[in-house]
Each structure stands twice: as C-alpha cells, then as structure tokens.
Design a protein around this ligand. Structure first.
Ligand code: ADP
Ligand code: MG
Length: 595
C-alpha cells in the first residue's frame, strides 16, 4: 500500500483560499483598495467593466513595489505588514494576511504594473491561475496599477453564482462607500463602463458624506448632528441624524479603527437613545467612528466578515448610549428639560427605587477629528490629538447650560389647559402643545418598564379580592404575562381552571376597576404583533399605562399640569411606541407666518 496523503499544489490551495477571501467582485475591490491605502496612496481610481465581471482595475499613487516584492506579493502569506504573531494585536494596516493577491491571481487574469519613487523603471507582471506568465520592465508612473480580468474564469460555479450586473454594481458601490467614508482626505474615483459614477475630492468628513449622499437640491448633512466622546476605553466621533428628519431609508455606518463593522449590540445602544423620538419602523442615519486600542478588539477573524469582537462591549454600549443621548440633547432635538435628579424626586413613591443606569462620565473633545493625522503606523502622533483633556472637561461643565438648550419650564411658567385635553406651554422656541393623556401614558410606560427591570413596584392589597373569569385565549395570554405582571405589582392566584383571584394591584392603578383593566391589557397584548418576544412586554406595559393614565377630558389643576409636564419631560419621548404624537411645537416662525 502506498501513502495517500499529499500536499495540494499551490495553485489548488490558492483557489480554495480564494473561495473564502474573494466571493464576488466587491470583495476583490475591497482587497485591492485596502492595499492602495496601506501603500499610502493619496488618489485611488477604481475602474470596472460589467460590474467587475470582465475588469476590475485599481490605480494608486502609493509607494509601489520593487521587482522582487512585486513577484512575492502573489505568494500566499506573503506580506510586508506583519512579521511576528504579536503584531497581530497591534494592527494599524487594513491588510495583514498576505492572502488577497494570492487568492485573486488564483481565480483571474491579473496584470500588475508598479514602480517605486526613485526607481527608474517599473515592473510589469502577468499572472493567470496562479502562474506567472510574464515579467518585464516598463515605463510607468510611481504607484501601483493592477488589473483583474475575467474574475472566476476558471471557477464556473462561482461565476454562475454572481448576481445581475445591477446587483453586483450595487455591492461594489456599497463596498466603495464603506472605504471612502473612512478616508475623506484621500481622493477617489469610481468608473463603470466608462461612466464616472463617483468623483470624490479630498475633503472633510462632512463634505465627504454630503458628496456621497447629498443631491444638489437636497442637502444631506444639514440633517446630521455631531457626536463626540472620548473615554479611556474608546473614542467615538461622527454624526447622527436628527430625529425629525429620520425616515425609512437611513444610512447606517460604524467603523472601528478605520474598518467598517456591523455590530448589532452597538446599533441597539443607538436605537435606545432614540427611543420615543422616532415613529415606529423609522430608523436614524449614523456615521460613527470608534477608535480603540487594537489590543481591545479582535479583527483576526474571517477576512470577509464585518462583525468585530470587542473586549469590553457593555462599557462601550453605555458610552455610546450616553454620547448619543447627549448629541440628541445638545441640539435640542428632544424637548426634555433634563434626565434627572430633580424630576425624579417629584415622582411618586413607586418609582423612587427605579434606578436608572448611570451614564459614564464622558470627556469630550469637540475639536477631535480622527482623520486629521491618521498615520496608521505612528501611534505617538495620536496623543496630541486629544488635547488637554482636563481643560476640555471643565469647558464642558461650564457651558453645560448653554449647550443643553432645552425648552425651559419652571414652576412659574404659565400653563393653560385647552378642551380638558391639551396643555399649552409657552417655550423659548414658540408654543408647545402637549396631549395630556398621552404624556401621562409616556410617563407611566417608562415607569412600568423600569419596574420590570428593578422589580421595585409598590403593591396595593385589595380590601375585597376580585375574581377574573377568562375565555381560553385570554387565559393563555394572562398566563404568559403572569411573571411580569407580578413584577409590576399584581398578585394573582388561580381560583378555578378558568379564573384567577386578584389579591393585590400596582399602587399606581389607583381606584381603577381591576378586572376591566386586566382584560384591556390582555386584549391590548393580543392586538399587537406577537412575533417578537419583547413586543408583547412593550404592548403589556403600554396597554397598562393607557389604563392607568389620566383620561382625555379630565380637568387638571395648575399643580397637576406642572407635575405632569415635569415628569413627562424626563421621559424625552415625542411619540408613544404605537406612533401616536405626544407633543407638537408651533415654532415662533410658524406663529409669525400666521399674522
Ligand atoms: P496583505 O495586504 O495582507 O499584506 P496582499 O496579498 O493584499 O496581503 O498583498 C501582499 C503584499 O503586496 C502587501 O503586503 C504589500 O507589500 C504588497 N502590495 C499589494 N498591493 C500593493 C499596492 N497597491 N502598493 C504597494 N504594495 C502593495
Ligand atoms: Mg491586502
């Protein structure tokens, strides 16, 4: 018997690896442009034909390669970027695996021209299916010019797998955007079938965003507000969308150390900060740049994956949440007075125990620009960027009042109730109209949700326990909700197969008819889409809040109105989770126009 194990020839091994690294033209574009960035290019041109199927060419004015390096570059695990394992944890370059060019040349015809500054002539190499067909000397500009032709010519399955030209072009542009949004100071050009689809001059980040997403008739960046926060752990900067301009088509980008990433947990932090400010189904745009010690993240995973692991996700979640809230607050996009202490003391006893998660202390440098001198290999340059942190901090606390330009409502602000339904509030920006019932629902909704977490609801025993009879369907819903209802202060015990005795209710419920209220909550939950697990909890607390809230048509005293408004402002909501509007503001401009 002979041995049957043997090593695969390089060309086959490379083709297998290519399957992982190069899945479609867009991944090829990413690898080539990242190489140009690593080479320090200041102008990068991407030229494609048939959405990359026939041609994908990248021309840069970077540092180029020597003749030997040009040849070496196509070997697997050939890289100039790391030399030892520990380098992996201090990555500041985009590439490091030395796999991309080897993979590309395994599945395409590749032609490379490159010249270093100071070399009189350049090198030209032609490769097909991992085999060098030709190497000679050429006259060419400094930099690298690489043409990838007939992608997947020798992998019919892959080629068949490609989507329509339109889809592949969209993928190419999406990949292009994920890169150009990190390097606004670098010039980029994108050409498809001889048509220039994108021409981006060196600019600031804001201008770059405008150049990509704006139209001459519709400025894009005026809808964005700045976000900046700097902590020992992470620096986050960028822009987020103003809630009132948010729609269903939003641009959402997160980057860490210059790499595009998807991070559903951090996305949730942002969405949490917006909660109550957006209509359901709407979602904000954001462009956020995380800068963190490379030690604290793990990018050494699959080359085409955009998920990145962070060592300290929960802390970053809190930092991001606080920074987003602050950015929203700074620009007066929420009508909130403040998030805290003083209003909390006014809250009824039941909510005193509701501990809000403390926001971390933030040190903000508003002037910080991550792109100013983003020299990847030079960490020492980074220190001066942050400026004098303590100085920045004191500036922040001094200017806190002017930064947080919320409508001010004091005890002496005159309030008028209209139709026993709306509260009219004169504010600096104009006239605010508050829907009294919905404002109270928002307050209670938040309180109830807090109580689900803290389990510190105050319970009120019933003098005469009541019995609730249920039909089959309602019984099921009640049983699902039971543990959570208990957290909210209900105490029920099964009385017969189809009935429960109610012994205690939340103190917040007051004198409401208990059986009626519970039935309403059950039906409220049933009416809501039940696919998402958290949805029914929201439906339950919302429905309960609606039952507990002061009704429409109730006359309120001055003190009651003030109390309601102060508590409502602390919720920072503008809409109820079901999309109902709580407040509307007639701005001074609106008012002027009427006369
Ligand atoms: P990696 O980027 O992971 O090092 P690649 O296969 O993408 O691996 O590239 C291999 C090597 O070829 C790089 O390390 C670099 O030295 C060289 N190289 C590739 N593209 C360029 C370019 N556009 N300009 C200069 N050098 C390049
Ligand atoms: Mg590379």
């Amino acid at each position: 018997m002979t041995d049957i194990i043997h090593l695969l020839p390089d060309s086959v091994a490379n083709q297998i690896a290519a399957g992982e690294v190069i899945q479609r033209p867009a991944s090829c574009l990413k690898e080539l442009v990242e190489n140009s960035l690593d080479a320090g290019a200041s102008h990068i041109r991407v030229i494609v034909r048939d959405a990359g199927r026939t041609l994908l060419q990248v021309i840069d004015d970077g540092k180029g390669m020597s003749p030997t390096d040009a040849r070496m570059a196509f070997e697997r695990h050939a890289t100039s970027k790391i030399t030892q394992a520990s380098d992996l944890f201090q990555l500041r370059t985009m590439g490091f695996r030395g796999e991309a060019l080897a993979s590309i040349c395994a599945v395409a015809h590749v032609e490379l021209q490159t010249r270093r500054e100071g070399d009189e002539v350049g090198t030209r190499i032609e490769i097909a299916g991992s085999k060098v067909m030709n190497q000679d000397i050429v006259q060419c500009p400094v930099g690298t010019n690489i043409r990838v032709k007939n992608l997947f010519y020798n992998v019919p399955a892959r080629r068949k797998f490609l989507k329509t030209e339109q889809t592949e072009l969209r993928n190419l542009l999406a990949e292009y955007h994920r890169i150009v949004l990190v390097y606004p100071h670098i010039q980029f050009t994108f050409v498809n079938n001889d048509e220039i689809l994108s021409e981006l001059a060196p600019s600031t980040l804001k201008q770059r965003i405008e150049a990509i997403f704006g139209h001459s008739s519709k400025p894009y960046t005026s809808h964005l507000v700045d976000l900046a926060t700097q902590t020992e752990l992470v620096t986050i900067s960028g822009f987020i969308g103003k809630p009132e301009t948010v729609g269903k088509n939003s641009q959402q980008y997160m980057f860490v150390n210059g790499r595009y990433m998807k991070h559903s947990y951090f996305h949730k932090a942002i969405m949490t900060a917006y909660s109550g400010l957006l209509l359901p189904e709407h979602s904000p745009s954001y462009f956020l740049y995380f800068d963190i010690d490379p030690d604290a993240i793990d990018v050494n995973i699959h080359p085409t994956k955009t998920e990145i692991k962070f060592a300290d996700e929960q802390a970053i979640f809190q930092i991001l949440l606080a920074a987003t809230k602050e950015a929203l607050g700074k620009f007066n996009v929420s009508p909130s007075l403040d998030f805290g202490i003083s209003t909390r003391l006014d809250m009824p006893a039941a909510s005193v125990g509701a501990v809000p998660i403390a926001a971390p202390t933030l040190q903000v440098n508003p002037a910080y620009n991550p792109f100013k001198s983003h020299t990847p290999s030079n960490r020492d340059n980074w220190e001066p960027l942050y400026g004098n942190v303590s100085n920045v901090e004191s500036k922040l606390s001094n200017s806190a009042t002017s930064l947080f330009d919320y409508p001010q409502i004091s005890e002496t602000t005159p309030l008028i109730q209209c139709n026993n339904n709306y509260i009219l509030v004169p504010i600096e920006q104009g006239l605010m109209l508050v829907h009294q019932h919905r404002a109270h629902v928002a307050v209670l909704y938040k309180e109830l949700n807090d109580q689900l977490i803290t389990q510190l609801a105050i319970t009120q025993p019933l003098l005469f326990p009541e019995v609730i009879e249920l039909v089959e369907q309602d019984l099921e819903t009640l049983q699902t909700m039971l543990p959570d209802l208990e957290k909210l202060g209900f105490q029920l015990e099964q009385f017969s197969p189809r009935s429960y005795t109610i012994y205690s209710v939340p103190a917040l419920l007051g004198q409401k008819n208990v059986v009626e209220t519970l039935l309403q909550v059950i039906h409220g939950v049933q009416d809501t889409e039940q696919s998402v697990q958290t949805r029914w909890k929201e439906a339950m607390t919302l429905s309960l809040a609606q039952q507990m809230a002061i009704p429409q048509g109730k006359s309120l005293s001055d003190a009651e109105m003030h109390d309601l408004l102060t508590r409502f402002m602390a919720t920072t909501s503008r809409y109820l989770p079901n999309g109902q509007t709580i407040i509307t503001i007639l701005t001074n401009e609106d008012l002027q126009k009427r006369f």
